[in-house]
Design a protein around this ligand. Sequence first.
Ligand code: ADP
Length: 273
Amino acid sequence: MSRRAPADRALQDDARAARLQGDGSDVLIDVRDMTKVYGTGEMAVHALRGVSLTVRRGEFIAIMGPSGSGKSTFMHLLGCLDRPTSGTYRLAGQEVSRLSRDELALVRNKQIGFVFQSFNLLARTTAEENVELPMVYAGVPADRRARRAVEVLNGVGLGNRLDHLPSELSGGQQQRVAIARALANRAPMLLADEPTGNLDSASSTEIMTLFRGLNRDRGITVVIVTHDVGVAAWAKRVVTFKDGLIIDDRLSQEAAPTPEPEGPAGGAPEVRP
Ligand code: ADP
């Protein structure tokens, strides 16, 4: 199909960008002894108590753990949205744990694409314009923005929905727009916080298939926070938090329990790869 050509070219460009960004090292994330304390004195909450994690380029990781175990705090820090209380964080070879807020914003724009549970699309703005937004902040000229937006929306299978508003799209389609937006600046890493939390099981499978394709075919590093073992089973590695610490870190097949034969009624996750 002739319509595949631009998407294929974009795919190769993305793979090259994912390989070349940063210092050329295989390690994308290098976190050592990270702590995060909210508040002070008797009110202090020790959300992270000394977390170390190394993530290589091209990994696909699920972060799991009970509510309050520190997952969101850790994702915020990985996403350069906040700074740790102590410890170090090298992202693509750059020590980012002591950068100013403005410097962190620059790192975010270049290195990280965010995907949220609630999609966070602008309501009165078309799919194409939503995808263009991070490129506006990055100073990309209008004609290149438009071309790139069409390219990435084609890449997520929404080339025929460019002019649609979020309200005219299904939940799964809205999340695909959000993923296209996260890919717009060719960041080597996607950070997704409960990306299937608002979706039915068919749409969840669609979104996880997309993440898997982006990881496998474009070399994009994917880190997903989820409480759903079925979603986590799509990842290659599962890291589990408890009480502000990593208590388990293993390859996905070992981590995922075998599906229950009686199906969802027996508690088995529905969204398995
Ligand atoms: P999870 O994402 O696993 O549910 P969080 O990272 O949200 O865990 O929370 C870890 C701990 O830190 C919890 O005890 C939570 O109440 C606390 N916490 C999170 N954010 C803040 C904040 N901004 N101020 C104070 N305490 C917080």
